[in-house]
Design a protein around this ligand. Structure first.
Ligand code: C5P
Length: 398
């Protein structure tokens, strides 16, 4: 879910290369996000994928001619140029990149791009030698100077059999980058440190103590903060999630102690700390050097308290704005208020955990506690949406 794509008007330009088939998936994903899509195809794009496919998926006629004989055609290049909230060219060949860099307007796509004032996003796809060619790189630099957004292609195996940079990004990643164009830049030039996921406390070389945290909330906040223009450091316990795009630092740790050290190393010069990590409160007093053998009916593990990262940062005044999270199974309101006071936080996000609630889920409902203000309830929604709502509140309170 990418909340800022809802109701956005997107012109998707498709140019002629083998990756054109991926544009079909892109249209489907855009429609799923609630965007309206008009597709423009170049003549060579139609060699790779049929207009009928794109027409069916976009639920709009496909545009492919600069000069149309039919008087009843309401959407010509000027209308499309004005209609769009953003242009996305995916895949973009070396040819369209060169044309745009030089202001050529010899077909519908290049002409409409020249006529629009909407942001233009380019997702290149081409053979690695064409991509690294100095002329292409110069054209890309020109487009960047003009304020166009370049979604740098992936590295990997190409349709021609070669290996290198030039593969079209995955449609999901293109969608995420396009979405970021619409996100208000609330935290431009601000540094935000986010902790996420569980920590694990080793018992012996084969076992550990941990909790059910998936890291989804922290990762969603990290991606949303990047999209809001922040410079983001994400310190994470073990998760199965993919790394958010555009982070300044991505630091993987295992134990609470390792997370404490990583936070202390990076907290200086941060404007905001958001502590979503479910840090283990205790660790094993002594990790066994060898696998513990099964020997008796019961066994005991001696635990010692871990450092409270959030409380330490707060007590030592290492960060000007501190946000904590509290997952509770009972007395949510009282515990949240206590925690806000005890740890001297600026904001606390509390949520009820239990079966199907909180930890592993893609959705959550939370209550936000601030100093002096009334609690704010955010109803059940995706953690991605919730991340943007929380950042808006942080921005208002800060
Ligand atoms: O006190 P409690 O563990 O419930 O507080 C939860 C908050 O404190 C979360 O923001 C969590 O990331 C943080 N925390 C921490 N270090 C710990 C335990 C919790 O930073 N050792």
């Amino acid at each position: 879910m990418q909340p800022y794509l809802k109701n956005k008007k997107i012109v998707l330009g498709i140019t002629g290369c083998i990756a054109a088939y991926k544009a079909a998936e892109l249209v489907r994903l855009l429609k799923k996000e609630g965007a309206e899509v008009h597709v423009i195809m170049t003549a060579s794009a139609k060699e790779f994928i049929t207009p009928l496919t794109l027409q069916t998926l976009s639920n709009n006629p496909v545009h492919d001619r600069l000069f149309n004989q039919h008087l009843d055609v309401k959407i010509d290049h000027i209308h499309l140029a004005r209609w769009a909230d953003a242009f996305l060219i995916a895949p973009a060949t070396a040819n369209i990149i060169a044309k745009l860099a030089h202001g050529l307007a010899d077909d519908l796509l290049s002409t409409t791009c020249l006529a629009t004032t909407a942001p233009i996003c380019i997702a290149p796809a081409m053979n690695q030698a064409m991509w690294s060619n100095a002329i292409t790189q110069k054209n890309i630099a020109t487009l960047q100077q003009q304020g166009m957004n370049i979604f740098t292609p992936d590295e990997g195996e190409q349709a021609c059999g070669e290996i290198g940079i030039g593969r079209l990004l995955a449609p999901q990643d293109i969608l995420r980058l396009l979405h970021s164009v619409f996100v208000p830049k609330l935290f431009e030039n601000q540094r935000i440190l986010i902790t996420a996921g569980p920590t694990i406390e080793p018992i012996d070389p084969t076992r550990y103590l941990s909790n059910y945290s998936s890291g989804k909330m922290g990762y969603a906040l990290a991606e949303a903060a990047v999209n809001c223009g922040a410079t983001v450091t994400l310190i994470t316990g073990p998760t199965s999630l993919s790394v958010p795009l555009g982070l300044a630092n991505y630091i993987k740790v295992d134990s609470a102690d390792a997370m404490y050290k990583a936070v202390m190393e990076h907290i200086e010069e941060q404007q905001i700390l958001i502590s979503t990590a479910a840090v283990s409160d205790y660790r094993i007093r002594e990790t066994a050097p060898q696998k513990i053998k099964k020997s008796s009916e019961t066994m005991s593990l001696q635990l010692v308290l871990n450092p409270d990262i959030l409380a330490s940062v707060s007590a030592r005044k290492l960060c000007p704005f501190i946000v904590g999270f509290a997952a509770e199974t009972e007395r949510l309101y009282e515990r949240a208020q206590e925690k806000l006071e005890d740890k001297s936080l600026d904001l606390l996000v509390a949520n009820q955990v239990g079966p199907d609630k909180g930890f592993q889920s893609d959705h959550n409902s939370v209550t936000v506690f601030t100093r002096g203000g009334d609690p704010i309830s955010l109803e059940n929604q995706s953690k991605v949406q919730l991340a943007y709502e929380l950042l808006k509140i942080i921005h208002q309170v800060k």
